[in-house]
Design a protein around this ligand. Structure first.
Ligand SMILES: [Zn+2]
Ligand SMILES: [Zn+2]
Length: 459
């Protein structure tokens, strides 16, 4: 599983903003600010359905689905979009959904939400907590929960669709809604594109792409920053091939566990010795799987590697370095070339790089619903080593304008209590206690709608 994207984000956020509790009280006061007419209309439209959307969110939370298994969730999204007059395409990249709403001449604006959950056991104790156990493709069973807030993302998408339909007279162009599968393994966006999102399924290529992620910072704060925001990533599986045998007779075996152990230690030298120390890169081995008995030398050892990088040359240094170390180990253990370790490149993404102009329009939209000081920009929030595949919906297109923002979704009282207890945040994503304040559902719908209307207005 693809862990800890927002753990890093939230920790760095807190380092950059030690006084979030002060910001939380500013959020409460800001609610009294006088909104502009359009903002009032958005708020009224959202308020009408907010309780119903919160129920939708709780239902999705109680029924989480892992990547490429989101059939129930996708069905709910497709039904909702159809009911609101969208032209809907289903089963793109296995479970992806696209909804198209044509509303006269103007730009094509795409809004994306991810639908998948995590292999994490829920510990929140919420009345709508997940108790689901899922059988994975490898046959193993795992508890699952929405520990990354994708249930909120999917609900926001449906809520925004409602607002944009009801406010059709306020914008012109084409709105494309994307409910994407499998963000966690960084596979779903590419899967939708490769399955003919823009060809076979004839979804119009967007001029602009927007998306939002929950963050465990106070509800009412947002992060909307220009430029490089998140690292590129690779998931690589290396399998060492040996010759198994009795644990008492290692001389007649080729022990893949020893090879894997040697490789893991040598991999760490790539980042410390080959990458410019002033540049950020990470090589983590997240899983080693081999053998089962004390006295049996197995015949294979699987090593699961995760890379993070901002520079493609650094990515190449790490991938080439892993390959050379593997080759060296085959030589050192006197194995033939035919027993070279396999190296499978799995999900990956480029660094996420928010378009300057589009981000400034999004900020203009957000400023209509929160005071400027509640919008955290690039000067107050450094790029993080976390990653996303959101932008892979457009990175291969001629137009690559995209903006990905974060919405504070932590309950204010829980946040204040956590700060008083000396914690940085009340909970982190990918942990069993991660939770989204239900009030963040209408807030997120308002934020996304305001941003979308501003982007349509700019053309
Ligand atoms: Zn996640
Ligand atoms: Zn996520």
């Amino acid at each position: 599983m693809y862990k800890c994207r927002f753990l890093l984000l939230s920790v760095i956020t807190m380092l950059a903003f030690p006084s979030f509790s002060q910001s939380a009280s500013a959020v409460r006061k800001a609610k009294k600010d006088s909104p502009v007419a359009l903002t009032q209309e958005i708020a009224q439209v959202v308020a009408k359905d907010s309780q119903q959307m919160i129920e939708v969110f709780k239902d999705l939370h109680a029924n989480p689905e892992l990547g490429f298994m989101e059939t129930r969730t996708a069905g709910i999204v497709a039904k909702e979009l159809k009911a609101f007059g969208f032209e809907v395409k289903e089963g793109i990249g296995i479970t992806g959904v696209a909804g198209i709403l044509r509303n006269g001449p103007g730009p094509v604006v795409m809004y994306r939400a991810d639908m998948d959950c995590n292999s994490v056991k829920e510990t929140t104790g919420l009345p709508y907590a997940s108790t689901k156990i899922v059988r994975k493709k490898d046959g193993s069973e795992t508890p699952v929960m929405h520990a990354c807030g994708h249930d909120a993302h999917t609900t926001w998408l449906m809520g925004v669709a409602r607002v944009m339909v009801q406010m059709k007279s306020k914008w012109q162009g084409t709105l494309v809604m994307i409910a994407q599968p499998a963000e966690e393994p960084i596979l779903g966006a590419e899967a939708m594109v490769k399955d003919g999102l823009y060809t076979k399924h004839a979804v119009p290529e967007p001029d602009y792409l927007l998306g939002m992620h929950t963050a465990p910072i106070p509800l009412g704060l947002l992060v909307a920053a220009k430029g490089v925001r998140m690292a590129g990533t690779d998931q690589i599986d290396v399998t060492f091939k040996g010759i198994g045998g009795h644990g008492s007779s290692p001389q007649v075996t080729k022990d893949p566990i020893v090879m894997a152990a040697a490789a893991i230690m040598q991999y760490q030298v790539i980042v410390s010795r080959a990458i410019d120390p002033q540049k950020a890169a990470v090589l983590t081995v997240g899983s080693v799987q081999s053998g089962s008995d004390n006295n049996v030398i197995p015949s294979t050892a699987l090593v699961k590697i995760n890379l993070r990088w901002f520079d493609e040359n650094d990515r190449k240094l790490m991938v080439d370095g892993i390959r050379r170390i593997n080759e060296g180990i085959v030589k050192a253990y006197n194995l033939p070339d035919s027993m070279m370790p396999s190296m499978v490149m799995k999900g990956w993404s480029y660094p996420l790089n928010n378009s300057d102009t589009l981000t400034s329009w999004v900020v203009d939209g957000l400023r209509t619903i929160v005071p400027d000081k509640n919008i955290i920009r690039e000067d107050r929030f450094p790029a993080v080593m976390g990653s996303e595949d959101f932008h892979h919906l457009v990175v291969h297109n001629t137009k690559k304008n995209y903006c990905y923002i974060n919405i504070g979704t932590a309950n204010l009282e829980l946040f204040d209590a956590a700060v008083k207890a000396g914690k940085q945040v009340p909970f982190n994503s990918h942990n069993g206690d991660y939770q989204v304040d239900p009030n963040a559902i209408p807030f997120g719908i308002r934020a996304a709608s305001a941003a979308l209307l501003e982007v349509f207005k700019q053309r």
